[in-house]
Design a binder for this molecule. Structure first.
Ligand SMILES: [Zn+2]
Length: 132
């Protein structure tokens, strides 16, 4: 089933079985998930955050940015915009490699951010202890 339209469903935990055409969002866990719009059945999990994906909802339906590149399985590449699936070109081998690198970069940036904030938190604790 090729999905043409997505609707938003806010959940706490991701259901084990995803329905096609539903963009599940868990704000608690900062993650969204949906079944690939091409109908291949693969689950697409997208972390949400300033350097990851973002979801906006409207009366017409949800939008998910940036685009989805399903380079593990079917090579689908699309946007979800106001509930509509907007297909982009399939990924070429070079784009797949670039996409993988971008994903690695994102997770590395996330890790580096956590590492960067650690001394800040230490400094904050130290400051608080001084004024106790
Ligand atoms: Zn697919």
């Amino acid at each position: 089933v090729i999905v043409m339209k997505f609707r938003l469903e806010i959940v706490r935990f991701m259901p084990a079985e995803l329905q096609p055409g539903v963009l599940y969002v868990s704000n608690e866990f900062g993650i969204a998930a949906h079944l690939c719009a091409c109908g291949c059945g693969s689950k697409v999990r997208t972390p949400l955050g300033p350097t990851d994906w973002q979801v906006e909802n409207s009366d017409a339906g949800p939008s998910l940015y940036p685009s989805i590149g399903n380079w593990q399985r079917c090579g689908s590449h699309y946007f979800i915009s106001s509930g509509d699936v907007i297909w982009s070109e399939k990924w070429t081998a070079a784009q797949i490699a670039a996409g993988r690198r971008a994903e690695e970069r994102r997770s590395r940036q996330h890790f580096e951010r956590v590492e960067r904030e650690r001394p800040l938190r230490r400094a904050w604790r130290w400051l608080k202890s001084r004024f106790r």
